[in-house]
Design a protein around this ligand. Sequence first.
Ligand SMILES: Nc1ncnc2c1ncn2[C@@H]1O[C@H](COP(=O)(O)OP(=O)(O)O)[C@@H](O)[C@H]1O
Ligand SMILES: [Mg+2]
Length: 227
Amino acid sequence: MFEVRNVTVRFGSTVALDDVSLQFSPGEAVIVRGPSGCGKTTLLRVIAGLTVPDTGEIWLQGSQASRPDFILPPHQRNLAFVFQEPRLWPHMTVRQNVMFGLAVLRPSERAERLALVADNTGIIDLLTRYPSELSGGQARRVALARALAPQRPLILMDEPLTNLDDAGRRDLVAVVRRFWEEEKFALLYVTHDALEEIPFARRIIRLDRGQLLTDEERGNQQIHALC
Ligand SMILES: Nc1ncnc2c1ncn2[C@@H]1O[C@H](COP(=O)(O)OP(=O)(O)O)[C@@H](O)[C@H]1O
Ligand SMILES: [Mg+2]
């Protein structure tokens, strides 16, 4: 189980998250929606250990990962993050960016995993390039590949398909779906755009001004209509 327990985050007089509690299970896909500035990115950052909660706790699979006076470092949380900006490491090639999280695998497995992820995300022809040599859409594909490659049990995606055209977005939503169905990671997917929804997620939570407004299950009918 992944848990956000009564988390409040303040920046000066701004309350970015206001006593937010949320639980989700391994293998569950959850959409996080809400207008710009409502706290979506802060929610992901606090789960990832990049922001310290002022009150409350984060629990990841039975371990306490954050409280106001303790932060388990982000790289020890066994999760992946797709940021709002692709944020690729500029001094590494695409191949190195994607392989970075694969150091624990045997070399033959590393190559196999890279090939699978690169093929699915459509970046095989880009592997020797540096991030400065990519278009915005290509960089998004690489950022997605980098997050999918290490098979973490939790992936946080913060508006990962912004600036892609409709075809690219549809293509990458299908990629996320394929990996999610195969590999059963928990997925928290932030979007403020109805077009950018992942149609296979059953659950949608909505934030407004730092508060968790609604937490709904989508019915099968709604899911079929979207797919
Ligand atoms: N590092 C920061 N310093 C000051 N204010 C911040 C910081 N990060 C976020 N905020 C503020 O917290 C609120 C929530 O921001 P954010 O989580 O980025 O919203 P969203 O991702 O939903 O657009 C906004 O009012 C934003 O301006
Ligand atoms: Mg944001």
